[in-house]
Design a protein around this ligand. Structure first.
Ligand code: NDP
Ligand code: OXD
Length: 308
């Protein structure tokens, strides 16, 4: 019975050390050293092997090493094997830091000040009070809720949008496609924390930007596939949007000739808003394996019908 890891090898070596200390009875292998395929019971991966459905006949659980699991083609995974996404608590903590940083940067005009510094321009922009800067979060799951919880302390009017109705203290909650226009109309800084599914692919597009107040800004920390990149460039050049903070891109790493690299109104980071911590991840997967053997419900199990 083995646990197979297929993701960042440097972090995999750390997983190996924590496995050896915390579950010495469970052999841990780093891809491509799979050993005997029939012995592989658990797989943790960022990008799963092509033939995951057939290569390991005794596979019991598949883990995504990220909080999102959209990189797995659900149609290729045997339906009886649970797919579990990563929910170690550090992911939410670092996402909260990143989004807070992005919202404050946009709120306090940092994109303008970076450009002014480059041009050696000393020019004050009047401060907009937080009470007049409306922040909206798309996706009210583990991460969207954690972000809203922290943003409360700054005094921004807060709203959130989800698929099913939610109630969150201090947050105006909107649900479903019919409520999206009203949510957008009241949002000056829009944060995308949706999972990437058939329904949400390309959702950050020209018609959506047109529903935001003119000059609104965007933070995309979901997936590159949420954003229609050409529509963002057009919206920025038309002044429909004033700035964007992007942690994810349709192609990662971003190609060398991509217009985002040097765009004066885009702040770009290389998919680092959150990083799964090996120590906490190992605790999480071992706890899930224990629950699985007890026949208990598995937190983080991806619902195959919803796609997240
Ligand atoms: P959750 O599954 O906990 O929450 C997803 C939320 O999105 C839920 O509120 C859900 O609605 C809502 N949602 C899903 N589909 C729709 C839809 N069609 N319309 C409206 N709302 C929808 O996810 P997490 O909060 O844990 O993570 C969100 C995403 O963040 C991940 O899938 C991943 O893509 C991204 N991520 C990015 C990272 C980075 O470093 N940049 C790191 C970690 C995650 P409902 O409440 O009704 O279910
Ligand atoms: C992700 C992650 O899903 O890094 O992007 O956890």
């Amino acid at each position: 019975m083995t646990f197979l890891y297929k993701a960042n090898t440097e972090r995999g070596a750390e997983w190996a050390r924590f496995f050896a200390a915390r579950a010495p009875e469970l052999p841990f292998r780093l891809w491509p050293d799979v050993g005997e395929p029939k012995d592989v019971r658990y797989l943790a991966a960022w990008m799963p092997p092509e033939d995951v459905g057939t290569a390991f006949p005794n596979l019991e659980l598949i883990f995504s090493v990220g909080a999102g699991a959209d990189q797995f083609d659900l149609s290729k995974l045997p339906p009886h094997i649970p797919l579990i996404r990563m929910m170690e608590p550090g992911i939410a903590e670092s996402m909260v830091e990143y989004v807070t940083m992005a919202v404050l940067a946009l709120h306090r005009n940092l994109v303008n000040y970076i450009a002014q510094q480059r041009e050696q321009t000393w020019h004050e922009i009047r401060i907009t009070p937080a009470a007049k800067r409306r922040v909206g979060v798309m996706g009210l799951g583990m991460l969207g809720q954690a972000v809203l919880d922290r943003l409360t302390s700054f005094g921004f009017p807060l709203a959130g949008w989800s698929r099913s109705p939610r109630t969150i203290d201090g947050v105006d909650c909107y649900a479903g496609a019919d409520a999206l226009p009203d949510f957008l109309a009241r949002t000056d800084i829009l944060i995308c924390l949706l999972p990437l599914t058939d329904e949400t692919r390309g959702i950050l597009n020209q018609p959506l930007f047109a529903r935001l107040p003119r000059g609104a800004s965007l933070v995309n920390v979901g997936r590159g596939g949420h954003l229609v990149e050409a529509d963002l460039l057009a919206a920025l050049s038309q002044g429909m949007l004033s700035a964007a903070v992007l942690d994810v891109a349709e192609r990662e790493p971003l190609p060398a000739d991509h217009p985002f690299w040097n765009h004066p109104r885009i702040l770009l980071t290389p998919h680092i808003a959150s990083m799964t911590s090996p120590a906490a991840a190992v605790d999480y997967v071992l706890d899930t394996i224990t629950r699985h053997h007890r026949g208990e419900a598995l937190p983080g199990r991806v619902d195959r019908d919803r796609g997240y």
